[in-house]
Design a protein around this ligand. Structure first.
Ligand SMILES: NC(=O)c1ccc[n+]([C@@H]2O[C@H](COP(=O)([O-])OP(=O)(O)OC[C@H]3O[C@@H](n4cnc5c(N)ncnc54)[C@H](OP(=O)(O)O)[C@@H]3O)[C@@H](O)[C@H]2O)c1
Length: 295
């Protein structure tokens, strides 16, 4: 009997290839290898050959900018926020379970699996007591990083006890001794105090994580933390996942330097992807701003 045409391969079949590319990044291997049935060129990065279905092609296009960043030393940082139509990431009391639908949550777990470290602010760590592990997709756990300059996250928080992945706590140099006494020296990353007294200098935080071999960084939230990464110019890309829900008076999502005139507003090149009922906006924060179309 003559075999029929092969069915197009789907997103589930593509995902292990994405993990294999991330592993090549981690190991510092060249981007192409015999186990990867994807073409790669210095100018165009990875390309999917024919034979993949529409879902696989969409997933590939969404992740391609991250997969193509293969430079061994440079590293990159991607942020995400899952938000309502009215720009909130949680209710006023801090409930964020769940702003996004299951497809959006799968995307967050994919980013955890592709990155070396997943970063959250003290607000999220204290309020949500999250695990920050990769559970909705196959893939490795990232190192968990909590930005906690005031040492307000309790030492009993799950990330410091569950032994599912390494966890680091980032604070200013002047709190190092206290942090080491509480969490152990191996877990503490101390950086010099920023000129703004309350603020961690994120370029120093990124440098310190790179020095520990953590070069692909995922800033998962919350709003204050992701906004500070944008303000300090430390994000390469931002994924805003907008859900068709209106929260009202909730926790603010992105909050950056206010523009007085529309011509001054941050307008990075952006692409959109449908994730179930949600729409993901992928913004390239390193590219030249898009001119205001009305000017
Ligand atoms: N929808 C989503 O995608 C999503 C994702 C994550 C979290 N959440 C929700 O977001 C809420 C928490 O978000 P949030 O915006 O209030 O807090 P957050 O961003 O999680 O944490 C903010 C705190 O982290 C510390 N921090 C972060 N970056 C810093 C920097 N550069 N310099 C100094 N300190 C820094 C500060 O702690 P100190 O104040 O102690 O100085 C800051 O107040 C929770 O309700 C959580 O459920 C939603």
């Amino acid at each position: 009997m003559t075999p029929g045409p092969l069915a197009p391969r789907d997103a589930a079949a593509l995902w292990p290839l994405c993990l294999a590319i991330a592993e090549r990044h981690r190991q510092g291997w060249p981007p192409a290898g015999p186990e990867l049935p994807l073409a790669w060129s210095p100018a165009g990065g990875y390309a999917l050959p024919p034979g993949w279905n529409a879902d696989a092609c969409t997933l590939f296009e969404l992740l391609k900018p991250l997969l193509d960043r293969h430079e061994v030393d440079a590293g990159w940082t991607v942020g995400q926020l899952g938000q309502s139509l009215d720009g909130c990431i949680a209710t006023h009391s801090g409930d964020s379970c769940f702003v996004n639908g299951p497809e959006g949550l799968v995307h967050v777990h994919r980013l955890r699996a592709l990155c070396d470290a997943v970063i959250v602010g003290a607000g999220t760590a204290a309020l949500d007591n999250p695990q920050l592990t990769t559970r909705r997709v196959t893939g490795p756990n990232a190192t968990r990083v909590v930005l906690d300059p005031s040492l307000r996250v309790p030492a009993t928080a799950r990330v410091f006890h569950d032994d599912q992945a390494p966890t680091l706590l980032v604070c200013n140099e002047d709190r190092r001794a206290e942090a080491e006494a509480r969490f152990g020296a191996a877990r503490v990353v101390a950086v010099p105090r920023h000129t703004q007294a309350f603020c961690l200098a994120l370029p120093d935080v990124v440098k310190a994580l790179h020095a520990r071999g953590l070069r692909r960084l995922f800033v998962e939230g919350g709003g204050v933390t992701v906004s500070e990464f944008v303000r300090q110019g430390c994000l390469d890309r931002l994924h805003l996942i907008v859900a068709p829900v209106v929260i009202g008076d909730g926790q603010r999502g992105l909050s950056v330097r206010p523009a007085t005139a529309m011509r001054d507003a941050l307008r990075p090149p952006a692409r959109t992807f449908t994730l179930g009922q949600d729409v993901l906006w992928d913004m390239d924060l390193r590219a030249e701003a898009v001119p205001n179309p009305r000017l």
